[in-house]
Design a protein around this ligand. Structure first.
Ligand SMILES: Cc1cc2nc3c(=O)[nH]c(=O)nc-3n(C[C@H](O)[C@H](O)[C@H](O)COP(=O)(O)OP(=O)(O)OC[C@H]3O[C@@H](n4cnc5c(N)ncnc54)[C@H](O)[C@@H]3O)c2cc1C
Ligand SMILES: NC(=O)c1ccc[n+]([C@@H]2O[C@H](COP(=O)([O-])OP(=O)(O)OC[C@H]3O[C@@H](n4cnc5c(N)ncnc54)[C@H](OP(=O)(O)O)[C@@H]3O)[C@@H](O)[C@H]2O)c1
Length: 507
């Protein structure tokens, strides 16, 4: 099968347009968005960002990178811009060929094309979740309300009293931005959130320190009460969430934290306040569940997240059960007679979107080309059930797209032989092994071996801290610092010795 035969609707963050209004059917972001993944953790795995790029970047900078990637990899010839896919149907010969008929629209003209396989990469931040029914009295509210998708900049809110509903990344970014111009900003949250800084231990980007194989091993190996206790303790080290009203109702759930360096300081300055869920609205006010009232509200911003939908596809293809999208590893519909359709980019994790989509697409391409086979339908359904149980335990009901990044990436990597073989690395290349195991689980790790191996991966891993520090060390004083993995090794050894000592003492 040729690549041209696979329709790639994927355009990653390029599509998160920053025009002055949200466009139908496309993701939309506000002008001030900066990434919350750092550059070494969110690159295409064979294409590091230039070393002078900032660690967290404005969306325009990210768009520049994606455009350069597309040009350098000669991808533009495969993309049909300004073309809407309006329908995807199985061909009459599907049982034999696995082919699809795709209807697309450009400049008012429809075109029908047959494809051997399809990757659906249409995103999941397009359709706003606007839960108006959950808020009694909203219909009588006389001010103005909108979804965060339609928020572009703070100008219109100067001098206003604004209620932001939802404490995700959108809600907190928007509240912080508004707090400089608005008279008062209140965030209402029904379940609270952990708020983390992008600047983590010793000033390193959070994900370079937090998303490591060693940390993932500890999280999974420790008894859950210990791992939960450590998680809550770590999340509370920057500031005590109870004192700021931010504390999650279930603190040990690994739902996506909020990354916001300024929110605690805005709360300390009194320009943002945190309130519980809204019980009801009156014509001008919000009454919260604790009985307090925010009066004379000018605007409400519903930062209540997104729903996803595939309007171009018959529901029966993608919803295997209970009218829910049910996908094997978040990618393959398990009931298909031929595995020629994959959904890329739907799962969410603490890892970045680009490397996740890369690995998903590599696996899907192999399945399409018949060089990897999927398990039987029953096995896939069993796996879906098992994973759903784990997800509910770790992430809770409202985050069912979530998954644990390293576990998930390793799973996908093992399907195609791209999971790094750590014991082998320790035997053959200890310097690299130390960085792979204790250092950030950066995307290059999945290009070290197997199909799609990139010869530059080893060097990219060994120089990732140089690229991290370069843009912040514009004035060279002293020697550049980087985390010392040797100490982590010592920590493991002393932890093991301690466990052994406890065991020998009591048994
Ligand atoms: C404000 C904000 C900040 C974020 N920050 C980060 C971050 O720091 N790090 C990170 O990893 N992730 C971040 N994310 C998440 C990240 O943007 C998404 O996970 C990522 O964009 C998903 O890429 P995608 O290609 O799957 O979907 P999208 O980026 O939504 O792209 C989907 C594409 O499909 C096209 N499309 C949709 N339907 C059709 C159709 N019928 N026909 C033709 N084309 C169609 C759309 O026009 C678009 O071009 C952020 C998201 C938001 C909203
Ligand atoms: N700077 C950045 O990088 C950045 C900025 C913005 C967004 N993003 C990303 O974009 C994605 C979407 O973020 P988002 O903040 O728009 O959405 P989100 O993460 O889904 O958060 C939605 C918020 O709305 C609340 N909510 C939903 N329904 C509600 C209801 N009926 N009543 C009360 N509260 C309700 C949720 O509360 P519960 O927690 O109780 O469900 C949650 O606090 C995320 O992946 C995020 O990381 C990134």
């Amino acid at each position: 099968m040729k690549w041209q035969d696979v329709i790639q609707v994927l355009r990653l963050l390029v599509s998160c347009v920053s025009s002055d209004h949200a466009e139908e059917g496309r993701a939309s972001i506000y002008q001030s968005v900066f990434t919350n993944s750092s550059k070494e953790m969110m690159c295409f795995p064979d294409f590091p960002y230039p070393d002078d790029y900032p660690n967290y970047m404005h969306h325009s900078k990210l768009q520049e990178y994606i455009k350069t990637f597309a040009q350098k990899k000669n991808l533009l010839r495969y993309i049909q811009f300004e073309t809407l896919v309006s329908s995807i149907k199985k061909c009459p010969s599907f049982l034999v060929t696995g082919q699809w008929e795709v209807v697309s629209e450009k400049d008012g003209k429809q075109e029908s094309t047959i494809f051997d396989a399809i990757m659906i990469c249409s995103g999941h931040h397009v359709y706003p979740n606007l839960p108006t029914d959950s808020f009694p009295g909203l219909h009588q509210f006389q001010g103005h309300y909108l979804h965060s998708r339609d928020y572009k900049d703070p100008d219109a809110f100067k001098g206003k009293r604004v209620l932001v509903i939802g404490l995700g990344n959108s809600g907190s970014d928007i509240a912080v931005e508004l707090s400089r111009l608005a008279t008062q900003v209140v965030i209402s949250t029904r379940s609270g959130s952990w708020v983390m800084s992008r600047v983590w231990d010793n000033g390193y980007p959070w994900d370079m320190v937090y998303v490591t194989r060693f940390a993932s091993f500890l999280r999974n190996a420790l008894p859950s009460f210990v791992s939960d206790w450590l998680y809550v303790k770590k999340m509370n080290t920057w500031f005590k969430h109870e004192n700021f009203g931010l504390m999650p109702l279930n603190g040990s759930l690994r739902k996506e934290p909020v990354f916001n360096d300024e929110l605690p300081s805005r709360i300390l300055c009194g320009t943002v306040s945190i309130k519980p869920n809204v019980k009801e609205f009156t014509e001008t006010s919000a009454v919260f569940e604790d009985g307090t009232v925010f009066e004379a509200i000018d605007s409400i911003i519903f930062a209540t997240g997104y729903d996803y939908a595939y309007p171009f596809l018959d529901d029966s293809i993608i919803k295997s059960r209970n009218n829910e999208v049910t996908l094997f590893k978040g990618i393959f519909p398990p009931l298909m007679e031929k595995p020629t359709l994959a959904v890329i980019g739907l799962v969410q994790s603490l890892g970045a979107a680009i490397p996740t989509a890369d690995l998903q697409a590599r696996w899907a391409a192999k399945v399409f080309a018949n060089s990897c086979t999927l398990p039987t339908t029953n096995e896939m359904m069993d796996d879906i059930d098992e994973k759903m149980g784990k997800k509910l335990k770790w992430f809770g009901q409202s985050q069912t797209l979530q998954t644990d990044y390293i576990t998930y990436m390793d799973e996908l990597g093992s399907f195609i032989g791209a999971k790094p073989n750590i014991p082998w690395l320790f035997l053959t290349d200890p310097q690299l092994a130390l960085e792979v195991y204790f250092g950030p689980c950066s995307p290059y790790q999945f290009r070290l071996m197997g199909p799609g191996k990139w010869d530059g991966a080893r060097n990219a891993i060994l120089t990732q801290w140089d690229r991290t520090v370069k843009p912040t060390r514009m004035r060279a004083v002293g020697k550049a610092q980087r985390p010392q993995h040797f100490y982590n090794l010592l920590r493991i050894l002393s932890f093991s010795v301690l466990l052994l000592a406890v065991w020998l003492t009591f048994y």
